[in-house]
Design a protein around this ligand. Structure first.
Ligand code: NAD
Length: 489
């Protein structure tokens, strides 16, 4: 299998061989040769050379290629599912019902959106000029993606860029490059010109660092951890390049005393455990009214205890492994330290006895506000619970985090719901649900969760520049305003 995909061709120049480990078994599903910094140069040069042609392609031409890509991805859906399950260990049901169809829907959305891009209507804001707004593709996009939803994260970054007329160099996470490479291969099959989409594989600091700090890249977009996102931003800032960052999260899940308790319990377990909790919007901090607290904790423990942990290939499996042994050790460490900081482990808190980097669904009640488990992004199947005194306290606790990606409020009171949606600081606030996303609506956070949007028409802001065109409509040699310069004439 090729390591990289540059200018429409598989490329393998580096010496370093990366295994792709299936975390459910600990065994390699594939190996590849990592890109070199010279490959990054070649990929950026290919994207630069392809830019003029792609940026000036008509919207319908771009739509035709991207729509065909969606069709091809549909035809290869099972191949994409198999690759995603093999490299991440996620349950096959999740890959088949969420990752792959969600990605295809997003490709379809941006194919269509390519035909809706428009500048602003032309108008006269001065008596002597006509003004118009052109929105033009910004250039070469360098993008870096994580391992939790490898295909979806690639699609969220690549598709709006391509629809806007930009060309792209993407570096997927070194653990999970397979579906991104397949996406690039399918895009070529769909008719995407060579050089418009390039993939460089390899580790973060060497290959990702070379891309983020590359002088030939116009915009750097990133999905991943807050710590790395800030490094990427610093590297891009050296050249004054624009960045877009989708970073970590620590989503609050606020349950008011009038909530439908069963719905909140069911919703909390689903939203905490999706993708083994390796989801930036996962419910992580349940903040529950005193009146419902004990029943909520008991109900969540009951539903969590019935979750099927097992072989990701089995359609009945609910929870697969964490991405790696290293990541499991990080999750286990935070959970192990929780009791020392006041947390009560109600369920889980350990790995099951089986091969692979599995970790059991874990519920920690009574967490302190200053504890690590409550404040730090764990990125595992772990839900913490606290109570609150009144609505002001609930909102205060929801906002008591450096992150601001997602949140939910559970209530049957329309005024409480409106207050929560207004006052909770996050890129998305769900009411009586937590997790659903949709291609037409934006995803992206604030604070330590980053800035800028993926999905929806809003994401085009990252990939377009706004140009004001001001045309004289008088035909005069001496314009009226020249009097301010040539007073004596
Ligand atoms: P990570 O930050 O470790 O890695 C992300 C990517 O950055 C990988 O491709 C990695 O190789 C690369 N990288 C690492 N060091 C680099 C460097 N010095 N320079 C350039 N690139 C470098 O994140 P991860 O562990 O892969 O993913 C989990 C994180 O991603 C979590 O924090 C999660 O919340 C976040 N995430 C956020 C969103 C969102 O939309 N906000 C979505 C998914 C995941």
């Amino acid at each position: 299998m090729a390591g990289s995909w540059i200018n429409g061709t598989p490329v393998e120049t580096g010496d370093e061989i990366h295994p792709i480990i299936n975390p459910a078994t600990g065994e390699a599903v594939a190996t590849y040769k990592s890109a070199t910094p010279a490959d990054v140069d070649t990929a950026v040069a290919a994207a630069r050379a392809a830019f003029d042609g792609w940026a000036t392609a008509t919207p319908v031409d771009r739509w035709a290629v991207l729509y065909k890509l969606a069709r091809l991805a549909g035809e290869h859906a099972e191949e994409l599912v198999a690759e995603e399950v093999g490299q991440t260990g996620k349950p096959v049901r999740l890959a088949r019902e969420f990752d792959v169809p969600g990605s295809i829907d997003n490709i379809e959305f941006f194919a269509g959106a390519a035909r809706h891009l428009e500048g602003k209507a032309t108008a006269e804001y001065s008596a002597d000029h006509t003004s118009s707004i052109r929105r033009e593709a910004v250039g070469v996009v360098g993008t870096i993606t994580p391992w939790n939803y490898p295909l979806q994260m690639a699609v969220w970054k690549v598709l709006p860029a391509l629809a806007a007329g930009c060309t792209v160099v993407i570096k997927p996470c070194e653990l999970t490059p397979l579906t991104t490479l397949t996406l690039a291969r399918l895009a070529r099959e769909a008719g995407l010109p060579d050089g418009v989409l390039n993939v460089v594989t390899g580790d973060g600091p060497d290959v990702g660092g070379a891309l983020a700090g590359h002088p030939g890249v116009d915009v750097v977009t990133f999905t991943g951890s807050t710590a790395v996102g800030r490094k990427v931003m610093a590297a891009a800032a050296v050249h004054g390049h624009r960045t877009q960052l989708e970073l970590g999260g620590k989503a609050p899940f606020v349950v008011f005393d009038d909530a439908d308790l069963d719905a909140a319990i069911q919703g909390a377990v689903a939203a905490a455990l999706i993708n083994s909790g390796q989801d930036c919007t996962a419910a992580t901090r349940a903040i529950v009214a005193r009146e419902l607290y004990d029943d909520f904790v008991a109900g969540v423990a009951d539903v969590m205890s019935k979750v099927v942990v097992g072989d990701p290939q089995d359609p009945d499996t609910d929870l697969g492994p964490l991405i790696s042994e290293e990541h499991r050790a990080k999750v286990a460490g935070i959970v192990a330290r929780a009791p020392g900081e006041g947390g009560r482990i109600v369920l889980g808190g350990k790995a099951p006895e089986r091969p692979g980097s599995f970790y059991l669904p874990t519920l920690i009640a009574d967490v302190r506000e200053d504890s690590e488990a409550y404040r730090k992004e764990i990125f595992g199947p772990v839900l913490t619970v606290r109570t609150f005194t009144d609505d002001d306290d609930a909102i205060r606790q929801a906002n008591d985090t450096e992150y601001g990606l997602a949140a939910s409020a559970w209530t049957r009171d329309v005024y409480r719901a409106q207050r929560a949606s207004r006052e909770i600081k996050a890129g998305c606030v769900w009411i009586n649900d937590h997790i659903p996303i949709i291609s037409e609506m934006p995803h992206g956070g604030l604070g330590a969760s980053g800035f800028g949007k993926d999905m929806s028409d809003y994401s085009f802001e990252e990939y377009l520049t706004i140009k004001h065109v001001m045309s004289d409509i008088t035909g005069k040699v001496e314009k009226d305003w020249h009097r301010t310069v040539f007073a004596k004439r």
